[in-house]
Design a protein around this ligand. Sequence first.
Ligand SMILES: N=C(N)NC[C@@H](O)CC(=O)C(=O)O
Length: 376
Amino acid sequence: QNSVSVDLGNLTQYEFLALNSPLNLSDGHARQELTAGQARIVEELPALWADALKRPVAEVEADARSAFFGLFGQHSYPRGEGRVLACYSSSVAMEIFARSLATVSDAIGLIHPTFDNIPDILRGVGLELLPIEEDELHHGDLDPYLMSRVGAIFVTTPNNPTGRVVPQERLRALAEQCARYDVVLALDTCFRGFDTRAHYDHYEVLRESGCRWVVIEDTGKLWPTLELKIGWLVSAEDVGLPIEKVYSDILLGVSPLIMSMVRRLAEDAAGGGLAELHEFIAGNRALLRSALADVPDVHFLDPGSRASVERIGIGSRSNLAVWSALSEHNVFALPCQKFFWADPARGEGILRIALARPPASLAMGAAALRTVLSES
Ligand SMILES: N=C(N)NC[C@@H](O)CC(=O)C(=O)O
C-alpha cells in the first residue's frame, strides 16, 4: 500500500485533485444527477435567456430573491436598495465582507472548526482570527474578552463539516450579545437548504435583536448546476461597513440568466423538489453508514447532521495515509486537518465524504473506503 501521504496547503487544493475523477467524494458541491424537474429547467434555459433580454435586471433579480429566500422560510429578508447583493459565489461575497470589515477592525471571532477558505480569506485581508469552539458557541454567551477584542464574529450555520445548526433562541441570544458589544454578527448559511431546522426566519431574529449583521447565502451546494450559482451578500441597514462600495470594486452584477435559473430551481424545490433532495441525501447518508457499519474503529461523528457531507472518525489510522490509499482506487475523500484551522491535529483521524453524488458513485467509493480501512 502506498502510504506516502500528501499534506496540501488548503482543502480546496485536495478538492482540485478530485475534480476529474468519477469517484470524487471530496468537495461539497452538488454533483448528483438532475431530477426530471431540474432537467426540464435546463431545457428552458434558451427561453429564460430570451425572457431576461426583455426584462429589467432588477425585476429578474427580485423574482429570484423572492423564490430563493421564500423557499427556506427567510420571509423577512431585506427589500431595500443594496441590502441583498448578488455575487458570483459565496466565496466572492465572503471576500467582499472581509475587505469591508478590515477597513474598520483588525480582528474577528470565527467558529472552529469550519471550511478553511473562510479563515484564509479573513487572514488574507489582514484580520487576526480568534477561534470560537462550536460547543462554546452553542453553550451560551461568548467570552467577554473576545467580544471586546473583535469587530465581528463569523458563524457557519449549519456548520461545515459538522452540520450543526444554530437554533433560533441561540441565534437570538448571540445577536443580542453582539448588539450589547456593538460587534457585527456574520453568518454563512450555505448548507441551510439541507436542514429544515435552519428554516426559521433568521432575518426576523436578527432585525429584532438590534445588532449589526451580515448573512452570506449560497445556491451552489444545492443543485447540480455545473458551478452556475449565486452567493447573496445580505446586510443590515446600519451595518456600518462599506459593503456596497467594496462590492462595486469587485463586480457590477450576476447574470440575469443565472438568476432566472435559480428562480426556477427554487420554484421546483418549493413544488416538492426540496423534500426530494432531503430524502436523496438521507438515502446516501444511510448508504455510506451501512457500508462501513461493521468496520472496526469507524465512527460517524455527527449523527444528527443533515448536511450534504458526512464526517467519519477512523480511529488511530492516519487520514492522510487513508486518503492516499483511496486515491490509488481513484476515489477522493477530504482529510479534515484543515477544518481545524486553529488546531489541525484535531482533524487527523477524520475524513469527510460528500453525499451530493450519484448513489452508484457513492457506493463504489464507500466500498473502496471499506477495503482501505479494513487493511489499515
Ligand atoms: N472558494 C472555495 N475554496 N470553494 C470551495 C468550497 O466551495 C468547497 C466547500 O465549501 C466544501 O467542500 O464544503
